[in-house]
Design a protein around this ligand. Structure first.
Ligand code: ADP
Ligand code: ZN
Ligand code: ZN
Length: 747
């Protein structure tokens, strides 16, 4: 492979002189003087002459090359390396992180820089409004009961939230409690609440603190917290994986660790999947840490986001809570990064660079001397594997902090239902439980696992699924009448008869949310039904509106795809039905079982959040499948054991690494040829195993043809070298008819 021997001297450097501006895209080229040759690398901080007068300014190197972009005489020399000082320390660190991301995930440095740097945007200042309870404590409970009696549930919800808080920001309430400013204004007119405006930073957070409320940690929690503190005080930094069932008190542990880090004068980043970032979560942190907490979400405007980053870099806050992009908060003395719900797919970026938040967080922590804490009730197989190998420290919390019961789970074998003559989508058990819940006016969530139902074919009598003999993934149905493997291109004609049981119930899984809704309406003509799927959430606010209506108890049953599974607490929901637990099992990828296990475990967790113990029905064609069976028992360890032996056997991550190269072109033959060239290049590397090219899972998207090459290797470094060579080949070819993207260890 390319090793040091091939190294040649670069002559020119592209330099950005103003970070945090749109000018990121327009670097200036400078010549690298001989004495600096070895020191000028992407990310280097340098002094250069700028403008007519040759004024000396500082800039960052973003690229190096052999070719001048201008006439030689117009290119100036770099003066020298610049010294990193307090003012740019955190930007320096973020730029180093961007360089690492480019190397680790591919793409251009500009793409990485845009991901990590705050881009200045000027937007008008927003007026912050804080909502306070305007009732005496004794009075509030009565008013709350009155609202409930009048079925004014939205108002009741706001009131209940404010009874626990000393004021909360308006947008936090409307965002996270699924309500509207109109509701709050009406409550203000009635004298229930007071709204106070405040010209200030455009902070989306902020309630007031009523004094530090701190929960005494129980013994299990305290031992972990103490271990962390001892490590931290001795200067030991590592990655910890906190595996704790839902409600085991992980968040309490996070807060204790954060408090310790802040007391030492450092700062904290708390990452939460956007969908799980609830009002309750933010307020828990505000209650404990007051105004030094801020939070981010994807609906912030560019200006709001920039202000948040300014506040962080100026040291006005100590804790940033937010989704994956909050990882790049420009704190200058970061001490801890926490990633809650670490297993969530949303921690993987969808655009280039397709970074993994966990790995990137660990790299940022390494650069800055911080610790990382990962937490989950269903840790990703990747993280657990690393913890088992000693790369991370494994922590366990085995009991619910408040001793609440986990829901009771019924597994229904759909093959048996068919044998009994039930051809509907609702098993006898589910029907019985739905009847009861509707009679008691409790709410029901029906969840259909649609991901990966992209045409896999199975036998409804015995559950047999058509799979690729080479790859152990399900084959999918093509209009051509053939079954195809998207990993290796294997294909075979569709049969009408099941090869296992000879029945004729072979077909694609097509049960969509619409069909469920139609069947349900026939079954329960009086029930009020809401449906949440891609069709009903195409508008901007549809998603919020449906959740709000369900929270307002405007419906008895919510049907949805995986969108409805996470984050939201609906206390009236006592029954969760998972209609076809199998579907994600046969998704076209090696993480199918992991996804299924965590979706089922989490869906089950939606039931019975209140006093009433929840019931969960898992309907499945494969009750014996280990992902389904261990989810029904809520048994992570048994799932993990089986999954990791499968991954090891197949050479899939985390046992090995996988690089997916996606090739896109508007011309089918051309795209295929380029994909072939890439596969050929990859095949010259003997340490790696190259599969393909084949059509991508989505073979054509918006008239662009897509091809994939998969490269497997135990050594990540070799994969990045292959990526570098592909990028080099692409650069030399100057090909504008196709586009190439890299995805390391794809999800
Ligand atoms: P997780 O983050 O693991 O889901 P939480 O930290 O949210 O768990 O805790 C679940 C519930 O238990 C919360 O209401 C929390 O206040 C409570 N709790 C957690 N730890 C303790 C403790 N040591 N003593 C009392 N209550 C606790
Ligand atoms: Zn069969
Ligand atoms: Zn195959």
């Amino acid at each position: 492979m390319m090793k040091a021997g091939m190294k040649y001297k670069y002559k020119y450097a592209d330099i950005i002189i103003e970070i945090s501006s749109e000018k990121l895209d327009k670097p200036f080229q400078y010549r690298i003087p001989g004495e600096l040759e070895d020191k000028i690398v992407p990310g280097a901080y340098v002094l250069v002459p700028f403008g007519k007068g040759g004024r000396q300014i500082k800039g960052y190197v973003v690229d190096i090359s052999q070719e001048p972009k201008l006439a030689e005489e117009k290119i100036k020399d770099i003066d020298s390396l610049a010294v990193v000082d307090e003012n740019n320390k955190c930007y320096d660190e973020l730029i180093r992180l961007a360089v690492w991301m480019k190397r680790h995930y591919g793409g251009t440095l500009i793409q990485s820089l845009k991901t990590v740097l705050p881009v200045r945007a000027s937007v008008k200042r927003r007026v912050k409004r804080v909502v306070y309870l305007n009732l005496e404590p004794g009075e509030a409970a009565g008013v709350h009961a009155g609202l409930l009696h009048k079925h004014q549930v939205a108002r009741a919800r706001v009131l209940a939230a404010l009874m626990d808080e000393d004021g909360a920001e308006m947008s936090l309430i409307t965002d996270k409690l699924h309500t509207t400013p109109a509701v709050i204004n009406a409550m203000e007119k009635l004298g229930m609440v007071r709204v106070v405006s405040d010209e200030e930073y455009r902070s989306p957070d902020i309630g007031q603190v009523s004094g530090v409320k701190k929960t005494e940690l129980n013994e299990e929690q305290a031992i972990l917290a103490q271990e962390f503190k001892d490590d931290y005080d001795r200067g030991v930094r590592k990655t910890y994986l906190l595996h704790g069932v839902t409600g085991s008190g992980k968040t309490e542990v996070y807060m204790e660790l954060i408090a310790h880090v802040i007391a030492s004068g450092r700062q904290a980043i708390m990452l939460i999947p956007e969908i799980a970032l609830t009002f309750q979560t933010v307020m828990r942190f505000v209650r404990r840490f007051g105004n030094r907490v801020s939070y981010m979400h994807s609906r912030l405007s560019a200006g709001e986001r920039y202000d948040q980053w300014e506040r962080a870099s100026k040291g006005l806050i100590d804790i940033m809570i937010g989704p994956r992009s909050a990882l790049f908060t420009p704190f200058s003395k970061l001490g801890i990064i926490i990633i809650d719900e670490e297993h969530e797919g949303s921690y993987k970026a969808e655009n280039m660079p397709r970074y993994h938040t966990r790995e990137t967080a660990i790299e940022r922590a390494r650069l800055t001397g911080a610790s990382v804490v990962l937490g989950s009730a269903t840790p990703s197989v990747d993280a657990y594997y690393r913890a088992e190998n000693g790369e991370y420290r494994l922590w366990q919390l085995n009991d619910r902090a408040k001793g609440a019961a986990l829901p009771s789970v019924h597994t229904v074998d759909l093959r048996q239902e068919l044998l009994n003559g039930n051809k509907t989508m609702f098993s006898g058990t589910l029907t019985e439980l739905m009847n009861g819940a509707l009679k008691r006016r409790e709410q029901i969530m029906l969840f259909i696992n649609r991901r990966g139902y992209a045409g896999f074919v199975s036998c409804r009598a015995c559950g047999y699924v058509f799979k690729c003999p080479h790859c152990d993934v399900s084959l999918s149905y093509h209009r051509s009448g053939k079954l195809k493997c998207h990993y290796c291109g294997y294909e075979t004609p569709v049969t009408k008869i099941c090869p296992k049981c000879n029945s004729k119930y072979v077909g694609g899984m097509k049960a969509g949310t619409q069909r469920i809704e139609a069947e349900l309406k026939l079954k329960y003509p009086k029930a009020r039904i809401l449906r949440m799927d891609a069709d009903t959430t195409s508008g901007k606010n549809d998603y919020e509106r449906i959740l709000k209506d369900f929270a307002d108890e405007k419906a008895d049953i919510l049907i949805g795809t995986q969108m409805i599974v996470k984050g939201h607490d609906f206390p009236k929901v006592t029954l969760v039905g998972i209609l076809a637990a199998d579907m994600s099992l046969y998704a076209l990828n090696y993480r199918a079982a992991e996804r299924t296990f965590s979706l089922l475990t989490q869906a089950a967790g939606r039931a019975g959040r209140d006093e009433r113990r929840g019931e969960v029905v898992i309907q499945t064609y494969s009750p014996e499948n280990y992902a389904v069976a261990s989810a029904a028992r809520q048994d992570y360890n048994s799932f993990y054991r089986q999954e990791i032996s499968y991954r090891t056997l197949m050479g899939y991550p985390p046992a090995a690494h996988l690089l997916k190269v996606l090739i896109e072109s508007p011309e089918e033959t051309y795209g295929n040829k380029i994909a072939g060239d890439i596969a050929e290049l990859a095949r010259t590397v003997k340490e790696a195993e190259t599969v393909g090219p084949s059509e991508d899972t989505i073979a054509k998207l918006k008239d662009i043809y897509r091809f994939a090459v998969y490269i497997k290797c135990g050594d990540y470094e070799i994969l990045t070298q292959i990526k570098d060579r592909i990028e080099q080949m692409r650069q030399e070819a100057r090909d504008s008819r196709s586009r190439v993207q890299f995805d390391f260890d794809p999800l």
